[in-house]
Design a protein around this ligand. Sequence first.
Ligand SMILES: [Zn+2]
Length: 276
Amino acid sequence: MRILTLCLALLATPALAAEPAHVAFGAASTPAPGKAQVFGSYAKGCHAGAVLFPADGPTWAAMRLSRDRRWAQPELADFLVRLSNRARDAGLTGLLIGDMGQVRGGPMKSGHRSHQTGLDVDIWLRPLTTRPDAGERETLSSYDVVRGRTTLDTALWQKSSARAIPLAAADPAVARIFVHPVIKRALCRATETTPRPWMNKIRPWWGHDAHFHVRLACPSGSPDCENQKPPPEGDGCGRELDWWFTDGPYSGGSTPRRDLTLADLPEACRALVSGN
Ligand SMILES: [Zn+2]
């Protein structure tokens, strides 16, 4: 019997290793036990001890609840409460919160390449005005503030949650924020005359025209979490930004890449889903 089990395990291993990792991570239904901890990198990683970010709070509402992507490291949940409070102080009613990650993180079957470690979140540019009901949380769309490739819809921009972006960037827990190049340009212009030491954290990237994507740095209690290199120094408002409007490769969506398999992920991540 033991030999049979061993043979089956040997047979199963290559197939399992070749299967897209989103299958195993998508099947997980409970947080990995143990203390809150991140393993690996934002686009090849996983996490233990995730918390479910509440669908409602005084200064936020979470959207697309059916996707079950409200799982976060405690640091991210704390950050969102903090940021939405500051946004309220800055005159917004509140924030609409989009995807965080899966219950054990890892690759997803659709939508994001990163968001694998409970440290990434998409925040809508449409602010919270009236609290959405269950149906609206699935159907309401955000504000796409970019027209064509290079034009800001200024009317929509004024009504948007954009003022929360500098507040997020100034937060010491934040490593990077991804926004459409048009949005970075608008923020650069709006803050030209004030000190903005956080501006290099705001990174231009196509596709982020209706939300901004906030990425926290690795929490201190996660020695196996891999930070990215810090963003280049300087505000990134000059030539680096111009590049996006001249030579920057235009991509309307994400380029297809092969699915990650469990073999692509850190050993600790394979261990988190080995029992599924
Ligand atoms: Zn994102």
